[in-house]
Design a protein around this ligand. Structure first.
Ligand code: COA
Length: 253
């Protein structure tokens, strides 16, 4: 992979966006490489979580403006749909995906962070949807995900002005789950991932599926998933361990 670096740390796959000289701007090659990872069942089976982070001083400073600039009325919609498709794959991951936002998360970079299930940020991270300043709008799902995360009024203000948010304000607004000193960000994110490892994979997958994968009849899906989980070995183990006052040993089935 030329724009991503992959590393397994414990049971976590760390995906590092790697175009540091371009602040990890998301070009078509990076998008295709992300697509390959997040549509590969093997990665989900061999890991318990995925961390997405950036190299250098940025998480990602947006879609690659050099490529974007070539878009016309005919090709602009395809450009947006390609990104939407890949970010949807990320959100649909059956294992938790955490953005470790180490610096600028602007435009498509902010949208990528929002497609992840959780966002942990360095104190120095900066968030923004500055597309309006280029005469366009967030096109990789940002108008929808930002609204869901921080509410309509704030999301609209944020997109209309294109203003940047520092990590602490992003945290206050609910865009970011946790904030850490820059040098601790990856270590703390991996520590969180290790905590998830002790929990039953089946239930984690169901929580993600109910939260993100449901368009219609959410209650029916929730009840169905609940029923499925009641038939798992992990459910027997979790309840038995509680009643027997011991630590459960989950097997992911
Ligand atoms: N697309 C393509 N290239 C980008 C980019 C993007 N979204 N963001 C940064 N780069 C490139 C710059 O062109 C520059 O390349 P060069 O060294 O070959 O000239 C390099 O990354 C470093 O960026 P630079 O602007 O010099 O860094 P800076 O620290 O002065 O400023 C930012 C950082 C993030 C404020 C600034 O790069 C910026 O505003 N980027 C665009 C943000 C944006 O509008 N994103 C939404 C896109 S839809």
């Amino acid at each position: 992979m030329s724009t991503l670096q992959l590393e397994t740390r414990g049971s976590t796959l760390v995906v590092t966006l790697y175009r540091p000289d371009k602040l990890n701007a998301i070009n078509s090659i990076m998008l295709e490489e992300l697509r390959r990872i997040f549509s590969d069942e093997q990665f989900f089976q061999s890991h318990r979580s995925i961390v997405v982070t950036g190299s250098g001083k940025a998480f990602a400073a947006g879609a690659d403006i050099a490529e974007l600039a070539a878009c016309s009325r005919d090709t602009g919609q395809d450009f947006a749909q390609r990104g939407q498709y890949v970010f949807q794959l990320i959100e649909s991951s059956p294992i938790p995906v955490i953005a470790a936002v180490n610096g600028y998360a602007l435009g498509g970079g902010c949208e990528l962070a929002m497609a992840c299930h959780l966002r942990f940020a360095a104190e120095t991270a900066v968030f923004g949807q500055p597309e309006v300043k280029l005469g366009i709008i967030p096109g990789y799902g940002g108008t929808q995900r930002l609204t869901r995360l921080i509410g309509v009024a704030r999301a609209v203000e944020f997109m209309l002005t294109g203003e940047y948010l520092a990590a602490d304000r992003a945290h206050t607004l609910g865009l970011v789950n946790r904030v850490y000193p820059h040098e601790k960000l990856l270590e703390e994110t991996l520590r969180f991932c290790a905590q998830l490892e002790a929990l039953p994979k089946t239930a984690l997958t169901s929580i993600l599926h109910c939260t993100y994968g449901v368009q219609l009849s959410a209650m029916d899906v929730e009840a169905r998933e609940f029923g499925i989980l009641c038939g798992t070995e992990d459910f027997r183990e979790g309840t038995a361990a509680f009643l027997e006052k011991r630590t459960p040993a989950f097997k992911g089935r």
